[in-house]
Ligand binder design. Sequence first.
Ligand SMILES: Nc1ncnc2c1ncn2[C@@H]1O[C@H](COP(=O)(O)OP(=O)(O)OP(=O)(O)O)[C@@H](O)[C@H]1O
Length: 295
Amino acid sequence: MMIEVNNLVKSYGKETVLKGISFTVEEGEIFALLGPNGAGKTTTLECLEGLREYDLGEVQVFGENPKKAIEGGTIGVQLQSSSLPANLSVKDSMKLFCHWNQIKYRKDLLENLGLDVLENKAYKTLSTGQKRRLHLALALTHRPKVLFLDEPTAGLDVEARVSLHDEIRKLKKGGTTIILASHDMAEVEALCDRVGILVQGELRSMGTPGEIIREVEKEQWIEVQWKEELSNPVFQHLFDHQIIQGVHRFKTEKQLEGLREILDFTENNQLNLSDLRIQKPTLEQRFIQIAKGGM
Ligand SMILES: Nc1ncnc2c1ncn2[C@@H]1O[C@H](COP(=O)(O)OP(=O)(O)OP(=O)(O)O)[C@@H](O)[C@H]1O
Protein backbone atom coordinates (compact mmCIF):
# COMPACT_ATOMS: atom_id res chain seq x y z
CA MET A 1 0.00 0.00 0.00
CA MET A 2 1.33 3.36 -1.00
CA ILE A 3 -0.78 5.54 1.25
CA GLU A 4 -2.71 4.50 4.28
CA VAL A 5 -5.05 6.77 6.18
CA ASN A 6 -6.62 5.40 9.31
CA ASN A 7 -9.32 7.14 11.29
CA LEU A 8 -8.02 10.65 10.58
CA VAL A 9 -9.57 13.29 12.83
CA LYS A 10 -8.92 17.03 12.57
CA SER A 11 -10.58 19.97 14.29
CA TYR A 12 -10.13 23.68 13.88
CA GLY A 13 -11.03 25.01 17.32
CA LYS A 14 -14.41 23.53 18.21
CA GLU A 15 -15.23 22.51 14.64
CA THR A 16 -14.35 18.92 13.76
CA VAL A 17 -13.81 18.99 10.00
CA LEU A 18 -12.46 15.43 9.52
CA LYS A 19 -14.49 12.92 11.48
CA GLY A 20 -12.37 9.77 11.33
CA ILE A 21 -11.74 9.09 7.66
CA SER A 22 -9.91 6.01 6.41
CA PHE A 23 -8.73 5.04 2.93
CA THR A 24 -5.79 3.53 1.11
CA VAL A 25 -4.19 4.37 -2.21
CA GLU A 26 -2.24 1.82 -4.22
CA GLU A 27 0.99 2.55 -6.01
CA GLY A 28 0.41 4.01 -9.48
CA GLU A 29 -3.23 4.91 -8.86
CA ILE A 30 -4.97 8.20 -9.47
CA PHE A 31 -7.23 8.65 -6.44
CA ALA A 32 -9.64 11.56 -6.11
CA LEU A 33 -11.26 13.13 -3.11
CA LEU A 34 -14.51 14.49 -4.45
CA GLY A 35 -16.69 16.71 -2.33
CA PRO A 36 -18.59 19.96 -2.10
CA ASN A 37 -17.03 23.19 -0.78
CA GLY A 38 -15.92 22.88 2.81
CA ALA A 39 -16.11 19.07 2.86
CA GLY A 40 -12.53 18.77 4.14
CA LYS A 41 -10.62 17.87 0.93
CA THR A 42 -7.83 20.43 1.31
CA THR A 43 -7.48 19.65 5.01
CA THR A 44 -7.12 15.94 4.21
CA LEU A 45 -4.50 16.62 1.54
CA GLU A 46 -2.57 18.94 3.87
CA CYS A 47 -2.50 16.26 6.58
CA LEU A 48 -1.19 13.74 4.03
CA GLU A 49 1.37 16.23 2.70
CA GLY A 50 2.83 16.75 6.16
CA LEU A 51 1.81 20.40 6.08
CA ARG A 52 -0.87 20.22 8.75
CA GLU A 53 -1.01 18.65 12.20
CA TYR A 54 -3.96 16.34 12.89
CA ASP A 55 -5.57 15.34 16.16
CA LEU A 56 -6.06 11.60 15.88
CA GLY A 57 -5.42 8.74 13.52
CA GLU A 58 -2.55 7.46 11.43
CA VAL A 59 -1.20 8.52 8.07
CA GLN A 60 1.53 6.63 6.25
CA VAL A 61 3.08 7.59 2.93
CA PHE A 62 5.34 4.85 1.60
CA GLY A 63 5.54 3.51 5.14
CA GLU A 64 6.68 6.85 6.58
CA ASN A 65 4.89 9.59 8.41
CA PRO A 66 4.10 12.48 6.03
CA LYS A 67 6.64 14.90 7.53
CA LYS A 68 9.44 12.40 6.89
CA ALA A 69 8.08 11.65 3.42
CA ILE A 70 8.13 15.31 2.41
CA GLU A 71 11.63 15.82 3.85
CA GLY A 72 12.86 12.74 2.02
CA GLY A 73 11.46 13.98 -1.34
CA THR A 74 8.80 11.27 -1.72
CA ILE A 75 6.05 13.86 -2.00
CA GLY A 76 5.34 16.51 -4.64
CA VAL A 77 2.67 19.09 -3.95
CA GLN A 78 0.65 21.46 -6.09
CA LEU A 79 -1.34 23.62 -3.70
CA GLN A 80 -4.80 25.02 -4.42
CA SER A 81 -3.38 28.50 -4.88
CA SER A 82 0.28 29.25 -5.19
CA SER A 83 2.21 32.19 -6.44
CA LEU A 84 5.73 33.17 -7.44
CA PRO A 85 7.44 36.57 -7.56
CA ALA A 86 5.80 38.56 -10.36
CA ASN A 87 8.94 39.20 -12.40
CA LEU A 88 10.54 35.77 -12.01
CA SER A 89 10.82 34.07 -15.41
CA VAL A 90 9.72 30.51 -16.11
CA LYS A 91 13.36 29.53 -16.61
CA ASP A 92 14.53 31.17 -13.37
CA SER A 93 11.72 29.63 -11.34
CA MET A 94 12.72 26.18 -12.60
CA LYS A 95 16.38 26.97 -11.84
CA LEU A 96 15.41 28.04 -8.32
CA PHE A 97 13.43 24.88 -7.58
CA CYS A 98 16.17 22.65 -9.02
CA HIS A 99 18.73 24.48 -6.91
CA TRP A 100 16.63 23.92 -3.77
CA ASN A 101 16.37 20.26 -4.61
CA GLN A 102 20.07 20.08 -5.48
CA ILE A 103 19.47 18.65 -8.92
CA LYS A 104 20.39 19.65 -12.48
CA TYR A 105 18.15 22.07 -14.41
CA ARG A 106 15.11 20.16 -15.70
CA LYS A 107 14.47 21.54 -19.15
CA ASP A 108 12.77 18.22 -19.94
CA LEU A 109 9.91 19.09 -17.59
CA LEU A 110 9.37 22.46 -19.24
CA GLU A 111 9.38 20.73 -22.63
CA ASN A 112 6.95 18.01 -21.53
CA LEU A 113 4.53 20.57 -20.20
CA GLY A 114 4.82 22.87 -23.22
CA LEU A 115 6.53 25.57 -21.18
CA ASP A 116 9.90 25.67 -22.97
CA VAL A 117 8.57 28.24 -25.43
CA LEU A 118 7.70 30.48 -22.47
CA GLU A 119 11.08 30.17 -20.73
CA ASN A 120 11.80 33.89 -20.72
CA LYS A 121 8.31 35.08 -19.80
CA ALA A 122 7.76 36.66 -16.39
CA TYR A 123 5.39 34.84 -14.01
CA LYS A 124 2.95 37.78 -13.99
CA THR A 125 2.49 37.58 -17.76
CA LEU A 126 1.46 33.89 -17.81
CA SER A 127 -2.17 32.84 -18.26
CA THR A 128 -3.93 30.85 -15.51
CA GLY A 129 -3.40 27.61 -17.46
CA GLN A 130 0.29 28.37 -18.02
CA LYS A 131 0.75 29.16 -14.32
CA ARG A 132 -0.91 25.84 -13.40
CA ARG A 133 1.45 24.00 -15.74
CA LEU A 134 4.44 25.77 -14.27
CA HIS A 135 3.41 24.91 -10.70
CA LEU A 136 2.93 21.31 -11.80
CA ALA A 137 6.40 21.29 -13.39
CA LEU A 138 7.92 22.75 -10.22
CA ALA A 139 6.16 20.16 -8.05
CA LEU A 140 7.76 17.46 -10.21
CA THR A 141 11.36 18.68 -10.21
CA HIS A 142 12.60 16.17 -7.63
CA ARG A 143 10.76 13.24 -9.26
CA PRO A 144 8.35 12.56 -6.38
CA LYS A 145 6.72 9.15 -6.08
CA VAL A 146 3.46 10.69 -4.90
CA LEU A 147 1.94 13.83 -6.30
CA PHE A 148 -0.81 15.79 -4.54
CA LEU A 149 -2.93 18.08 -6.68
CA ASP A 150 -5.52 20.37 -5.11
CA GLU A 151 -8.11 21.24 -7.74
CA PRO A 152 -5.57 21.06 -10.56
CA THR A 153 -7.85 22.38 -13.30
CA ALA A 154 -10.04 24.90 -11.45
CA GLY A 155 -10.52 27.98 -13.58
CA LEU A 156 -9.08 26.45 -16.76
CA ASP A 157 -10.85 26.43 -20.11
CA VAL A 158 -11.79 23.13 -21.74
CA GLU A 159 -8.69 22.91 -23.92
CA ALA A 160 -6.29 23.67 -21.06
CA ARG A 161 -8.11 21.18 -18.85
CA VAL A 162 -7.95 18.38 -21.43
CA SER A 163 -4.25 18.94 -22.00
CA LEU A 164 -3.50 19.01 -18.26
CA HIS A 165 -5.46 15.75 -17.91
CA ASP A 166 -3.21 14.26 -20.61
CA GLU A 167 -0.15 15.30 -18.63
CA ILE A 168 -1.55 13.78 -15.44
CA ARG A 169 -2.23 10.51 -17.29
CA LYS A 170 1.36 10.51 -18.61
CA LEU A 171 2.65 10.91 -15.05
CA LYS A 172 0.56 7.93 -13.98
CA LYS A 173 1.99 5.90 -16.88
CA GLY A 174 5.44 6.84 -15.66
CA GLY A 175 4.56 5.29 -12.29
CA THR A 176 3.65 8.37 -10.22
CA THR A 177 0.88 7.89 -7.70
CA ILE A 178 -1.52 10.84 -7.79
CA ILE A 179 -4.01 12.04 -5.22
CA LEU A 180 -6.20 14.94 -6.17
CA ALA A 181 -9.02 16.97 -4.72
CA SER A 182 -11.77 18.13 -7.00
CA HIS A 183 -15.40 19.08 -7.17
CA ASP A 184 -15.50 18.53 -10.90
CA MET A 185 -17.32 15.24 -11.41
CA ALA A 186 -16.55 14.99 -15.11
CA GLU A 187 -12.86 15.40 -14.32
CA VAL A 188 -12.94 12.67 -11.71
CA GLU A 189 -14.91 10.32 -13.95
CA ALA A 190 -12.50 10.82 -16.85
CA LEU A 191 -9.24 10.71 -14.96
CA CYS A 192 -9.35 8.71 -11.76
CA ASP A 193 -9.04 5.03 -10.93
CA ARG A 194 -10.83 5.39 -7.63
CA VAL A 195 -12.74 8.08 -5.85
CA GLY A 196 -13.76 8.82 -2.29
CA ILE A 197 -16.78 11.07 -1.82
CA LEU A 198 -16.20 13.35 1.14
CA VAL A 199 -19.15 15.18 2.68
CA GLN A 200 -18.95 17.16 5.93
CA GLY A 201 -15.74 15.45 6.99
CA GLU A 202 -16.98 11.90 6.36
CA LEU A 203 -16.15 9.55 3.50
CA ARG A 204 -19.63 8.58 2.37
CA SER A 205 -18.75 6.39 -0.61
CA MET A 206 -15.61 4.93 -2.16
CA GLY A 207 -14.81 2.90 -5.24
CA THR A 208 -14.12 3.21 -8.95
CA PRO A 209 -16.33 5.80 -10.70
CA GLY A 210 -18.11 2.82 -12.31
CA GLU A 211 -18.81 1.19 -8.94
CA ILE A 212 -20.18 4.41 -7.49
CA ILE A 213 -22.39 4.96 -10.52
CA ARG A 214 -23.64 1.36 -10.31
CA GLU A 215 -24.96 2.12 -6.84
CA VAL A 216 -27.72 4.02 -8.67
CA GLU A 217 -27.79 1.96 -11.84
CA LYS A 218 -31.03 0.24 -10.88
CA GLU A 219 -32.68 3.62 -11.24
CA GLN A 220 -32.62 4.47 -14.90
CA TRP A 221 -34.56 7.11 -16.70
CA ILE A 222 -36.14 6.74 -20.10
CA GLU A 223 -36.82 9.89 -22.04
CA VAL A 224 -39.35 9.88 -24.82
CA GLN A 225 -40.81 12.51 -27.08
CA TRP A 226 -43.87 12.04 -29.28
CA LYS A 227 -44.82 14.36 -32.09
CA GLU A 228 -48.31 14.40 -30.59
CA GLU A 229 -49.05 16.21 -27.35
CA LEU A 230 -49.87 13.80 -24.51
CA SER A 231 -50.61 14.71 -20.96
CA ASN A 232 -50.38 11.64 -18.77
CA PRO A 233 -49.66 8.25 -20.35
CA VAL A 234 -49.71 5.48 -17.75
CA PHE A 235 -47.41 2.44 -17.89
CA GLN A 236 -46.85 -0.55 -15.69
CA HIS A 237 -43.04 -0.44 -15.54
CA LEU A 238 -42.50 3.28 -15.77
CA PHE A 239 -43.06 5.69 -12.93
CA ASP A 240 -42.28 9.18 -11.56
CA HIS A 241 -43.56 10.71 -14.79
CA GLN A 242 -42.31 14.23 -15.57
CA ILE A 243 -42.72 16.38 -18.67
CA ILE A 244 -39.81 18.75 -19.29
CA GLN A 245 -40.08 20.92 -22.41
CA GLY A 246 -42.22 18.36 -24.19
CA VAL A 247 -39.97 15.42 -23.24
CA HIS A 248 -41.58 12.74 -21.07
CA ARG A 249 -39.24 11.32 -18.43
CA PHE A 250 -39.92 8.07 -16.65
CA LYS A 251 -37.99 6.25 -13.98
CA THR A 252 -37.71 2.50 -14.40
CA GLU A 253 -35.99 -0.47 -12.88
CA LYS A 254 -36.95 -2.69 -15.82
CA GLN A 255 -35.50 -1.00 -18.85
CA LEU A 256 -36.52 -3.56 -21.50
CA GLU A 257 -40.09 -3.90 -20.29
CA GLY A 258 -40.36 -0.13 -20.08
CA LEU A 259 -39.10 0.34 -23.62
CA ARG A 260 -41.46 -2.35 -24.94
CA GLU A 261 -44.41 -0.63 -23.26
CA ILE A 262 -43.51 2.69 -24.87
CA LEU A 263 -43.18 1.11 -28.32
CA ASP A 264 -46.46 -0.83 -27.98
CA PHE A 265 -48.26 2.26 -26.71
CA THR A 266 -46.91 4.28 -29.64
CA GLU A 267 -47.99 1.68 -32.18
CA ASN A 268 -51.40 0.94 -30.66
CA ASN A 269 -52.29 4.62 -30.53
CA GLN A 270 -50.78 5.34 -33.96
CA LEU A 271 -48.45 7.93 -32.50
CA ASN A 272 -45.14 9.16 -33.90
CA LEU A 273 -41.94 9.05 -31.90
CA SER A 274 -39.51 11.91 -32.38
CA ASP A 275 -37.00 10.85 -29.72
CA LEU A 276 -36.39 7.92 -27.40
CA ARG A 277 -33.36 7.48 -25.18
CA ILE A 278 -32.13 5.85 -22.03
CA GLN A 279 -30.47 8.22 -19.66
CA LYS A 280 -27.53 6.50 -18.00
CA PRO A 281 -26.84 7.46 -14.42
CA THR A 282 -23.78 9.64 -14.00
CA LEU A 283 -21.31 10.16 -11.20
CA GLU A 284 -22.84 13.59 -10.85
CA GLN A 285 -26.28 12.16 -10.01
CA ARG A 286 -24.77 9.84 -7.41
CA PHE A 287 -22.68 12.66 -6.00
CA ILE A 288 -25.71 14.92 -5.63
CA GLN A 289 -27.62 12.09 -3.95
CA ILE A 290 -24.77 11.45 -1.48
CA ALA A 291 -24.12 15.15 -0.84
CA LYS A 292 -27.81 15.58 0.03
CA GLY A 293 -27.46 12.84 2.62
CA GLY A 294 -28.84 9.85 0.68
CA MET A 295 -26.79 6.65 0.77
N1 LIG B 1 -7.07 27.15 8.77
C1 LIG B 1 -8.34 26.97 9.09
N2 LIG B 1 -8.85 27.43 10.24
C2 LIG B 1 -10.13 27.22 10.59
N3 LIG B 1 -11.01 26.55 9.83
C3 LIG B 1 -10.58 26.06 8.66
C4 LIG B 1 -9.22 26.24 8.22
N4 LIG B 1 -9.08 25.63 7.02
C5 LIG B 1 -10.28 25.10 6.72
N5 LIG B 1 -11.18 25.35 7.69
C6 LIG B 1 -12.58 24.89 7.72
O1 LIG B 1 -12.57 23.47 7.60
C7 LIG B 1 -13.62 23.00 6.75
C8 LIG B 1 -13.02 22.18 5.62
O2 LIG B 1 -12.24 23.04 4.79
P1 LIG B 1 -11.39 22.50 3.55
O3 LIG B 1 -10.68 23.67 2.96
O4 LIG B 1 -10.58 21.36 3.99
O5 LIG B 1 -12.55 21.99 2.60
P2 LIG B 1 -12.53 21.69 1.04
O6 LIG B 1 -13.34 20.46 0.85
O7 LIG B 1 -11.13 21.66 0.53
O8 LIG B 1 -13.30 22.94 0.46
P3 LIG B 1 -13.15 23.72 -0.96
O9 LIG B 1 -13.68 22.80 -2.01
O10 LIG B 1 -14.03 24.91 -0.75
O11 LIG B 1 -11.71 24.06 -1.14
C9 LIG B 1 -14.37 24.26 6.30
O12 LIG B 1 -15.49 24.40 7.14
C10 LIG B 1 -13.38 25.39 6.53
O13 LIG B 1 -14.04 26.57 6.84
